[in-house]
Ligand binder design. Structure first.
Ligand code: ZN
Length: 185
């Protein structure tokens, strides 16, 4: 699985693309929501550990589905009504952050997700205890450095497009290429 760190990086890239790179650093509350929503589906591991001592008991089931992303997206959008300190969140933003987790699990791992739950329900076989889960969270963070780097690159490229910096960069590259061609001819 992508680790919590990997899912957070994917969530930040989703935010950058959806919000056309409006910086999230100015709002720590939004940053917290990116981290929470991008990792929300993996709460099924915690439930499995608490209720049956096996992190795989419910893992990759209902919480890794389109329906869950829609439902929790809707709940998150209305959370400010219960806790006024919570910012009003856009439904599509919440939905896409949760969905980014499900799609990342589907793309970057071999174990299936239950995208169309309740029409399909996947489950990972085998026991996954507390120590194995903790170990996997920390070792996964190291393994996900490539994911963090890749999605960091996506954020940087989208920022370049936002500020129009790509145009001078491309012009510079074209200039270098044409000057080297004219030297060679
Ligand atoms: Zn997951």
């Amino acid at each position: 699985m992508p680790s919590p760190l990997g899912h957070t990086a994917i969530g930040l890239a989703t935010h950058a693309l959806y919000c056309k790179n409006r910086s999230i650093l100015g709002s720590w509350k939004l940053l917290v929501f990116v981290v929470v929503l991008a990792n929300l589906p993996d709460l099924d591991i915690l439930f499995g550990l608490i209720f049956s001592g096996n992190g795989n008991a419910f893992h990759r089931g209902m919480s890794h589905s389109l329906l869950f992303a829609l439902g929790m997206g809707l709940l998150s959008t209305h959370a400010w009504r219960c806790w006024p300190t919570i910012p009003r969140l856009n439904f599509l933003w919440c939905f896409l952050l949760i969905l980014s987790h499900v799609l990342a699990d589907a793309v970057f791992t071999n174990a299936p997700v239950s995208l169309w739950w309740p029409l399909e329900a996947s489950r990972i076989a085998g026991d996954w205890g507390w120590s194995e889960v903790m170990n996997s969270v920390f070792t996964g963070a190291f393994q996900d450095i490539g994911v963090v780097f890749g999605f960091g690159l996506i954020i940087m490229i989208s920022r370049l497009f936002k500020y129009g910096a790509t145009v001078p960069v491309i012009r510079g590259l074209v200039k270098v290429k044409t000057s080297s061609i004219s030297k060679n001819t």
